[in-house]
Design a protein around this ligand. Sequence first.
Ligand SMILES: [Zn+2]
Length: 321
Amino acid sequence: MERIADLHSHALLNMTYMRKDLSKKHKPPLFWNPLRNHLDLPRLEAAGVKLSTFNIYVPFKFPFKSYQEGVHRMADIFLEFMEKNSTRIGHARSFSEIEALNQKGRIAAILAVEGGHILEGRLENLEYLKSLGILYLTLAHFVDNDIVGAAWGSKQGLTGFGKELMKNLPAARILPDVAHTSTRGFYEIFEHYSGPVIFSHGGVRRFCDADRNLSDDQIKMIAQSRGLIGIMLYPWYLKRFSLFGGPELISDTYKHIETLIGPDRICLGTDLDGYIRTVRGVRDVADLPALLERIKKNLGPERVAKLAGENLYNFLKEINF
Ligand SMILES: [Zn+2]
């Protein structure tokens, strides 16, 4: 069975806002039912997930005093969960910690942050993110923020603060994630930052021509930066107006990216528990092995192993995470 690794997921939303105990098994959602969820420890284990990214995403200030307080609260919830379930899963801040956890048969959990608004316009707030060992910061989210324009926003580029931030990311050992950024913002990030760029979750414009997705040129630029592209499980972004598309949407997206940049810089960025609908046949994380089995008919076992996890592992090794 393939080693499964995921670049983007949202268990922390359920753990924080719904106060769910994800050490126990829950039922998968039907459509967008927020009372059910895609991810918990028993189902991650059943799926054979070896590496999972837990995204800290603070959509609203409420019920916190500030976005920063929200980040601290979510990180605490994450760390408490890791502590409580330390025989099964652990927080990894480096590639060697990922390997050590996996060798003990445990899942490695890494942190990332979605939505740069949580910095509240202050570079000092990078320090805490650095101490958590986060892999990347998704600069934008649904609306423009004080860093960059959003794909759903005004289409603006980097702000003055955004340009400052680009200079400071390497020292904090945090990668920029361009998912959700406007097209202009995407190109300006490449002007002000040199190093691997991540696109953590989304699709390609070849099949769904939305600003939220990557054009062929953008795919090539991410590859040139020695970055990584995560394919999400939300059919809406994998094929235009698709709500019920199946596994072929994943293999088609993979193949398109592969024709442009080869097979090594594509991984899964599922966005599970990000209140998405998932491709047909995938009710939750436990269905990932069945999904991979299905797309093997199309891609063959070697490419599926790369997509499922090998590429993400190799990337983390390459960047000396
Ligand atoms: Zn997102």
